[in-house]
Design a protein around this ligand. Structure first.
Ligand code: CAA
Length: 296
């Protein structure tokens, strides 16, 4: 595997392009918006500069990584030489199905088609293509250059050969791949999202405040971020949509999203990306204060 195409230049897409390019793959980064592509390249450069300053990479490695990335606004051109395509577009089933139909049409016959979806069924996405045996989940974690895990999701029809190829490729990125089966929330979000939801319910019921809940989990359990801060970091809309996928998929009330989460998403308070969630944010996600709504 040499040529990798990444579809979508958002937070996850630029991180995925970064790690493949840094590991020597030729990366085609595709997005319909040229300004998103430009922003992605500048984010990748900024993250590489941070690694260079910390002497984790050399100047030459930084330049090689950037030189390994080519951008495209047309999917047809971007996937035509791909050995592997990793889709990291908007988390919306109709958008993903339409992209997979196009990827199936224009990518070489033997190319593996992977999705970075955090909750949509791999089996459903695979069924939209004529190569369901070559469709697989490659679920990276944010921030992609830092987090070691890639959750590899085997759809109902994914072949063992494709699974092994993707496991090996993930190791070449210096990541740790973990194989899981295709059920709602897979493993990462099936365990993470109920914890985040329970933290929101704990706040909603007035058991404790935002900082208190996050401090308990940071200092008591050694989590790098408290669950409310992490929810803001992931995006409250993303958390809500994953909880709904599990609620619908298992028909189990234990996954029902907290009404406070639903209200915040309806009000457009989505966390870091909108500048306000449980906290309000300045220039960086680290520059945060408890939101006025939750001040005592
Ligand atoms: N690119 C490259 N390097 C980066 C980076 C980036 N985007 N962001 C941070 N880093 C590096 C820093 O340079 C730093 O390196 P050193 O250890 O060499 O100093 C290291 O990562 C730690 O960063 P910071 O010192 O700036 O900050 P921190 O120690 O507070 O860590 C964090 C920041 C890594 C984000 C940490 O808070 C953390 O692990 N948070 C939890 C993240 C998490 O749970 N992610 C998964 C979310 S779920 C998901 O993504 C999937 C889903 O489906 C919802």
């Amino acid at each position: 595997m040499k040529n990798v195409t990444v579809i979508g230049a958002g937070t996850m897409g630029n991180g995925i392009a970064h790690v493949f390019a840094q590991s020597g793959y030729q990366v085609s980064l595709v997005d319909i918006s040229q300004s998103s592509l430009d922003k992605a390249l500048s984010t990748i450069e900024k993250n590489l500069m941070r690694m260079l300053k910390k002497e984790k990479i050399t100047e030459a490695q930084k330049d090689e990584t950037l030189a390994n990335i080519t951008t495209f606004t047309d999917l047809k051109d971007g996937v035509k030489n791909a050995d592997l395509v990793v889709e990291a577009a908007t988390e919306n089933v109709d958008i993903k199905l339409s992209i997979f139909k196009d990827m199936d049409k224009y990518a070489p016959e033997n190319a593996i088609l992977a999705t970075n979806t955090s909750s949509i069924s791999i089996t459903t996405i695979a069924a939209a293509t004529n190569r369901p045996d070559k469709v697989i989940g490659m679920h990276f974690m944010n921030p992609v250059p830092v987090m070691k895990l890639v959750e590899i999701i085997k759809g109902y029809s994914t072949s063992n050969e494709v699974l092994q190829a993707v496991m090996e490729t993930s190791k070449k990125l210096n990541k740790v791949p973990v194989e899981v089966n295709d059920y709602p929330g897979f493993v990462a979000n099936r365990i993470l999202m109920p914890m985040i939801n329970e933290a929101i319910i704990t706040l909603f019921e007035g058991v404790a405040g935002v900082e208190e809940i996050d401090t308990v989990m940071k200092l008591g359990m050694g989590h790098p971020m408290g669950p409310l801060q992490l929810a803001d970091f992931i995006g409250l809309d993303v958390c809500l949509s994953i909880l709904n996928v599990m609620y619908d998929g298992f028909k189990n009330p234990k996954y029902a999203p907290c009404p406070l989460l639903v209200n915040m998403v309806t009000a457009g308070k989505l966390g870091v990306k909108t500048g306000e969630g449980f906290y309000t944010y300045g220039e960086s996600y680290k520059d945060m204060k408890v939101s006025e709504q939750f001040k005592k």
